[in-house]
Design a protein around this ligand. Structure first.
Ligand code: NAD
Ligand code: TYD
Length: 336
């Protein structure tokens, strides 16, 4: 099976590339990634032994010529992970978000239509549904109500996917997953930011009252779900992915401090994120029922493995936490 994976040098994309190479000897893939600030070829060191089964191409999913050239090679499936992904950066400047997440998805869909690609999998997010009250969980039929520019750009891409299925009969699948954590996550997102700050004895900036709830899933469970969806599902479907592991942010932060034997005095409550969604929770029963998926990593196991990974890979994150990262950090957190 030939795959075109986009965004395969980011957090989830690189975990997915490694997962597919390891578990499916018949799979070869082209990995198209722009290497933005969030992309890192170092993430794919472990792909080197797989030789030509992994081919990296540096480029932009909005580049029509390049995308058409790659899709004219007729991959069996295109899996689109490439995106601008950080809510806070989308609040500061949303242009790159609309460009990559909306227009980039359109270029990929058009190319798939032109060259008759059999299947397109769009990696989306629970954030397209907006925010929940204290009870209940999002199902696939929940209305789209995105609240951040990031979430709005992902919702727009989901709707483009729907239209290419309805209008052109393209075999499009959309997966919507909850918050991922695990190795190789860029240290701007909650878990790696808090783990690496704690390791550096820096303050841990918690937004608002710290009681916003996220539904956490280990990245490998997400990758297994995408693998099942791309091989086993019917086109035109949407699948929620989540492992029913809801925790308030403050619980996550305290857990990290406790595991690292660091004091709670490192926590600093800072001004809330504008438009901050209060609670996400995913109902993934459709995926379980139709494709037999089950998450295998518990929150505790996953957290302990993730914290150990960041302890063991200090060079990886120290290299990232320089230059552009420090400028971003100062701009976003400096005056909070
Ligand atoms: P990430 O920010 O770690 O990686 C994004 C990757 O996309 C990077 O390698 C970057 O270089 C690449 N990229 C960005 N713009 C590009 C462009 N124009 N052309 C080609 N490549 C480009 O993101 P992530 O956390 O791995 O998320 C991957 C996907 O999963 C995204 O679509 C995101 O919306 C979705 N998702 C993420 C989460 C999460 O918790 N991280 C949850 C649900 C869904
Ligand atoms: P994040 O990792 O940015 O993911 P998302 O906003 O896409 O869910 O944030 C997860 C939660 O952690 C969210 O409620 C915002 C909160 N958060 C903080 O409290 N402090 C921080 O410095 C960051 C980055 C996030």
């Amino acid at each position: 099976m030939k795959l075109l994976v986009t965004g395969g040098c980011g957090f989830i994309g690189s975990n997915f590339v490694l997962y597919m190479l390891e578990t499916h000897p018949e799979v070869s893939l082209v990995n198209l990634d722009l290497l933005t600030y969030a992309g890192n070829l170092e993430n794919l060191q472990d792909a080197l032994p797989y030789g030509e089964r992994h081919r990296f191409v540096r480029g932009d999913i909005t580049d029509r010529k390049l995308v058409y050239d790659l899709i004219s090679e007729k991959p069996d499936v295109v899996v689109n992970f490439a995106a601008e992904t950080h809510v806070d950066r989308s609040i500061m400047d949303s242009f790159a978000f609309v460009n990559t997440n909306v227009l980039g998805t359109q270029v990929l869909l058009e190319a798939c239509k032109e060259f008759g690609v059999e299947r397109f999998v769009q990696i989306s997010t629970d954030e397209v549904y907006g925010s929940l009250g204290p009870e209940g969980a999002f199902t696939e039929s929940h209305p789209l109500a995105p609240n951040s520019p990031y979430a709005a750009s992902k919702a727009a891409a989901d709707l483009l996917c729907r239209s290419y299925h309805k209008t052109y009969g393209l075999d499009v699948l959309v997966t919507r997953c909850s918050n991922n954590y695990g190795p190789l996550q860029f240290p701007e997102k909650l878990m790696p930011l808090m783990i690496t700050n704690a390791l550096q004895d820096k303050e841990l900036p918690v937004y608002g009252d710290g009681m916003n709830v996220r539904d956490w899933i280990h990245v490998t469970d997400h990758c297994r779900a995408v693998d099942l969806v791309l091989r086993k599902s019917r086109g035109g479907e949407i699948y929620n992915i989540g492992s029913s592991s809801e925790y308030p942010n403050l619980h996550v932060v305290r857990y990290i401090l406790q595991r690292l034997s660091k004091p709670e005095s490192l926590i600093r409550f800072v001004q809330d994120r504008p438009g901050h969604d209060r609670r996400y929770a995913m109902d993934a029963s459709k995926l379980r029922r139709e494709l037999g998926w089950e998450p295998v990593t518990t929150f505790e196991e996953g957290m302990n493995q993730t914290i150990s990974w960041y302890i063991e890979h200090e060079m990886w994150w120290q290299r990232i936490k320089t230059g552009e990262y420090l400028t971003y950090y100062e701009k976003w957190y400096g005056n909070r």
